[in-house]
Design a binder for this molecule. Structure first.
Ligand code: UD1
Ligand code: CA
Length: 457
């Protein structure tokens, strides 16, 4: 069995945040969730998360509820360090398991790299393997010390490194694969006799090596995988890498993204083939977009289902559905629980909330449609307001199929416009409009002849 121990107890002071570091998000998902998901994808059957600073918040926020959490005691008088953190998970380290050590602040780690590390560890028959890479600027990282035969001897921390060791470019990613038996043994032998008075997990490598066990280093070329986030500057850098990865995935599965550097799509989204996405678009959460759609610039779409051949321009759609062939925007706002049928037009400055709109209906400009059921082939004129709120309660409006609501009308809910009903422009409708009738609800025009001349004097 392969298990992971994910270290996430530290405070992350350099983030300057009220939030624990691992809960900061990259493309909408917490760093810790990325690590857990990559581990799960690599076939790790049990993830043990070491929490400490603001642990309740961490436990409550992570998505994978099968994750086992253990707490690291925090405070001035208790020990600290990555080695001490791993000790907290000791009960879960059984001798026949492989144990991966991962960090909650190294979110870009992929399944492929973990697969590579695990198979290298097994193939080499190591008891411990550290994941490494060459950095042009290795400052701040632990360095990998090798002998003349290129065998790994130890890891030395930046703060403890001698000058000649500081020139080593091969760094410790902080990610390891251990044999459970040997990890257990070595945890009892760690000391805090170093520059930071911390228990370092890195010391495990030298201790096992000196005890005559085989340890090794698995060096990777793509260093983005082990990018660590310590500050918000690095958080933005990680976001950029993740954005590129996610957008590449969507493009490889058939969507056109005009400018992937300026398109923000969460991993959880689904997009069909031959859909084109323009710059400045944000698509979040549980959103599904069909084939052959055009998502124009600066749209924001969250938790919504968009059919095939839909065209959306500069609009916001939240928790709603838009069916095939419909056009939305520019500058439309579909608020939660709106369901728009096929071949509908929701034009500029139209706001829809908690409403269904049937096939082939149109609200081409400047309307508010709230708490409503609108049938098919309905025309909602310019400036129509569904007056759904009396200051205390919300009421519903029903407009049946083929009805015509003239421009600048108010429908005072609760009210019913029956099939084929016509409402004259400028009407304020308070009573039912019968089927096939024309309702005119406005003051008659009065013309006062010669008014201007008379008023001159
Ligand atoms: C560590 C490594 C270093 C490596 C670097 C890679 C050690 C001693 N050093 O240094 O060789 O190059 O990572 O990024 O291991 N944590 C706990 N409890 C603790 C201390 C840390 O859970 O008591 C967690 C932190 O929340 C963090 C992770 O362990 O997620 C790494 O801790 P951090 O202090 O950032 O280690 P580095 O100094 O970066
Ligand atoms: Ca770190």
């Amino acid at each position: 069995m392969i298990k992971s121990i994910i270290l996430a107890a530290g405070e992350g002071t350099r983030m300057k945040s009220k939030k624990p570091k691992g809960l900061h998000r990259i493309s909408g998902k917490t760093m810790i969730d990325y690590v857990i998901d990559s581990a799960s994808k690599a076939g790790i059957e049990e993830n043990i998360l070491v929490v400490g600073h603001k642990k309740e918040e961490v436990v409550n926020t992570i998505s994978n509820k099968d994750t086992i959490t253990v707490s690291q005691p925090m405070g001035e008088d208790v020990p600290y360090g990555t080695g001490f953190a791993v000790m907290q998970a000791k009960d879960y380290i059984d001798k026949d398991s492989y144990i991966l050590i991962l960090y909650g602040d190294t979110p870009l780690i992929t399944k492929n790299t973990l697969d590579g590390l695990i198979s290298y560890h097994k193939r080499e028959d190591n008891v411990a393997t550290v994941l490494t890479a060459e950095f042009d600027d290795p400052k701040g990282y632990g360095r990998i010390v090798r002998d003349e035969n290129n065998r790994v001897l130890s890891i030395v921390e930046d703060k403890d490194a001698k000058d000649h060791q500081k020139t080593i470019k091969e760094i410790n990613s902080g990610i390891y694969c251990f044999n459970g038996k040997h990890l257990n043994e070595v945890l009892d032998n760690l000391t805090n006799d170093n520059a930071q008075n911390e228990y370092y997990i890195t010391d495990a490598i030298a201790i096992l090596n000196q005890a005559g066990y085989k340890v090794g280093g698995y060096k990777i070329d793509d260093i983005s995988d082990i990018f660590g986030v310590n500050s918000r500057v690095q958080l933005a850098e990680a976001e950029e890498i993740m954005r590129k990865r996610i957008n590449a995935q969507f493009m490889l599965s058939g969507a056109t993204i005009i400018d992937p550097n300026n398109t923000y799509i969460e991993e959880s989204v689904e997009i069909g083939r031959d859909t084109t996405i323009y710059p400045g678009v944000i698509i979040k959460g549980n959103t599904k977009i069909g084939d052959d759609c055009v998502i124009g610039h600066n749209c924001r779409i969250e938790n919504s289902k968009i059919g095939n051949g839909v065209e959306i321009q500069s609009s916001t759609i939240i928790d709603s559905e838009v069916d095939d062939g419909t056009k939305v925007g520019p500058y439309a706002y579909l608020r939660p629980n709106s369901s728009i049928g096929k071949n509908v037009k929701i034009g500029d400055f139209v706001e829809v909330k908690n409403a269904t709109i049937g096939d082939n209906s149109k609200a081409s400009h400047l309307a508010y449609i709230g708490d409503a059921e609108v049938g098919s082939n309905v025309n909602i004129g310019c400036g129509v307001v569904f007056v759904n709120y009396d200051g205390a309660k919300k009421y519903k409006t029903i407009v049946e199929d083929n009805a015509f609501v003239g421009s600048n009308s108010n429908l005072i809910a609760p009210v019913l416009v029956k099939k084929d009903g016509y409402i004259a422009a400028g009407s304020t409708i308070t009573d039912e409009v019968p089927s096939g009738a024309l309702s005119i609800a406005r003051a008659r025009q009065v013309n006062k002849e010669g008014w201007k001349e008379k008023n001159k004097k």
